[in-house]
Design a binder for this molecule. Structure first.
Ligand SMILES: *Cc1c(COP(=O)(O)O)cnc(C)c1O
Length: 389
C-alpha cells in the first residue's frame, strides 16, 4: 500500500468525515420550491408540452447566464445535436472536439453524420489548448471562400466544441481568435459549467450557440434536461421550432414545415428547473466553500494537485478533481480502490474518446497532454451540501 494513497484518503476524510455513510460523487439537493412547483404541474394536469414553467425557465436561465435566449430541451446531448444542426454541420464535415470529454460531445457530432476530430487539452484548464490548436491548424488547414478545410482529408472543418471540464472555463480569448482566423464556428459544451465565468462573462455565452445539461448529477437538475443558449434571436427561434417538431403554430391544425425533433423539455421538468435555478447561487457558495477546504488540505500533500480555477476565471467547482503528478500515475487505481471500498466515491476521468472503439479511427492531433491527464485525474465527492456541513 503506497503512503501517498493513504495520505490522499486521509486528506479527503478531513473534509468529508462521515465514515459510516456512503458519500456519493455528486448528489442533488432539493430544499427550495421544488415540491411546490412540481405539485402545481400535477394539480393543473399540465405536466407535458403545455404550461407556464418552460417559458419561465427559459427566461430565468437566459437572465442568469446573460444570454439573449435560452431554449429548454430534453437533455444536454439533444442540445448539442440541435446546436450542431443549426450552425449547419453536415454529413462528412469534421468537428473539432477535445478527446478529453464526456461521450455526449462526440455522439452529437456523429448524429449529424460528421466526424469528430480530436484536439488536445491543457493541464491548466483541462480544456482545449488553443495554442496547440493554432499551430496544428497552420499545418493541416486551408481556408477557401471563408471555409476551413483539412488538407489531409479534404473535408470541411465546420465547427469546434470546447468543453468546460468539471466547470473550469477554457481559455476563450485565445480560442475565439483561432476560430475567427480559420472561420470555424464556436459551439460551447457548457453542460458542466452553469455558474462558471471566464473573465466575468458566463460560460456558454461566447459561442454562436451553446449547450447546457440539467441531468441529475449536474450542479442543478431538471431530472433529465438541457438547454440551448444563444445571443442570436434567429437561431433561438429556429432552435425552438425544430425542437418542437417544427410545428407551425395553429389552434387545431397539425402542419409541420420540416423534419423536426421532439426535444422539448416537459413542463414538469421545467418546474423542477425553476426551483433549482433559484438555489444555484446557494449551491455555488457551498461548492466554493467545499473546494476551498479541499485546496487547503491538499496543500500538505505533495505529489498531487487539487484542481483550482485559473486567475482569470471563476469555476462552479461542479466536480472536484485531483491531478496526480506524472510520477504518481501508477497509484491511481490504488486510490480508487481504497476510497470506493471505504464509503468514499471517487472515479477516474472518462476514457479518452479516441480510445473508444467507434471513434478509434477518427482524425486527431497529437493529444499527449490529454493522454497523460487521462491517467492522472481523480474526481472526489463534490455535492454542494458537503460544503455546508
Ligand atoms: C452531462 C454532459 C452532457 C450532456 O449530458 P445529458 O446527460 O445528455 O444531459 C454533455 N457534455 C458533457 C461534457 C457533459 O458532462
Amino acid at each position: 500500500m503506497s503512503q501517498l494513497a493513504q495520505e490522499i484518503i486521509s486528506a479527503i476524510r478531513k473534509v468529508v468525515p462521515y465514515e459510516d455513510t456512503f458519500v456519493p460523487l455528486h448528489e442533488p439537493s432539493f430544499q427550495g420550491n421544488e415540491w411546490k412547483y412540481v405539485k402545481e404541474t400535477i394539480d393543473s394536469t399540465f405536466v407535458s408540452s403545455v404550461g407556464k414553467y418552460v417559458d419561465r425557465f427559459e427566461k430565468d436561465l437566459a437572465e442568469f447566464t446573460g444570454v439573449k435566449r435560452a431554449v429548454a430541451v430534453v437533455n444536454g446531448t439533444a442540445a448539442l445535436h440541435v446546436a450542431l444542426t443549426l450552425v449547419g454541420v453536415k454529413k462528412n464535415d469534421e468537428v473539432f472536439i477535445p478527446s478529453l470529454t464526456f461521450i455526449a460531445t462526440a455522439n452529437a457530432v456523429s448524429y449529424c453524420q460528421a466526424t469528430p476530430h480530436f484536439v488536445d487539452s491543457e493541464e491548466s484548464t483541462l480544456g482545449v489548448d488553443p495554442y496547440k490548436l493554432k499551430s496544428y491548424l497552420k499545418e493541416i488547414a486551408i481556408v477557401k471562400n471563408d471555409e476551413c478545410f483539412n488538407k489531409q482529408t479534404g473535408r470541411r472543418i465546420k465547427a469546434i466544441i470546447p468543453m468546460h471540464t468539471f466547470g473550469h472555463p477554457v481559455d476563450m480569448d485565445q480560442l475565439i481568435e483561432v476560430c475567427q482566423q480559420y472561420h470555424i464556428d464556436l459551439i460551447e459544451d457548457a453542460a458542466e459549467s452553469l455558474g462558471s465565468y471566464y473573465k466575468g462573462q458566463h460560460t456558454g455565452s461566447f459561442g454562436k450557440i451553446s449547450a447546457m445539461s440539467f441531468n441529475g448529477n449536474k450542479i442543478m437538475t431538471t431530472g433529465g434536461g438541457g438547454a440551448i443558449l444563444t445571443n442570436d434571436e434567429r437561431l433561438a427561434d429556429m432552435a425552438k421550432h425544430i425542437t418542437t417538431t417544427a410545428k407551425v403554430p395553429h389552434k387545431w391544425e397539425y402542419v409541420h414545415d420540416q423534419v423536426g425533433f421532439n426535444y422539448r423539455m416537459p413542463n414538469i421538468n421545467a418546474a423542477l428547473g425553476c426551483a433549482q435555478l433559484e438555489k444555484v447561487p446557494d449551491f455555488l457558495n457551498k461548492k466554493r466553500s467545499l473546494a476551498h477546504k479541499y485546496s487547503e488540505v491538499f496543500k500538505g500533500v505533495p505529489g498531487v494537485t487539487f484542481k483550482q480555477e485559473t486567475d482569470y476565471s471563476q469555476s462552479n467547482y461542479w466536480l472536484n478533481a485531483l491531478v496526480l503528478d506524472e510520477a504518481n500515475e501508477g497509484i491511481r487505481d490504488e486510490i480508487l480502490n481504497l476510497s470506493n471500498s471505504s464509503n468514499l466515491m471517487t472515479r477516474p476521468v472518462w476514457m479518452l474518446m479516441n480510445h473508444l472503439p467507434m471513434f478509434r479511427n477518427c482524425p486527431s492531433m497529437d493529444i499527449s497532454c490529454a493522454e497523460s491527464l487521462e491517467k492522472r485525474i481523480i474526481n472526489i465527492p463534490s455535492s454542494s451540501e458537503l460544503g455546508d456541513k
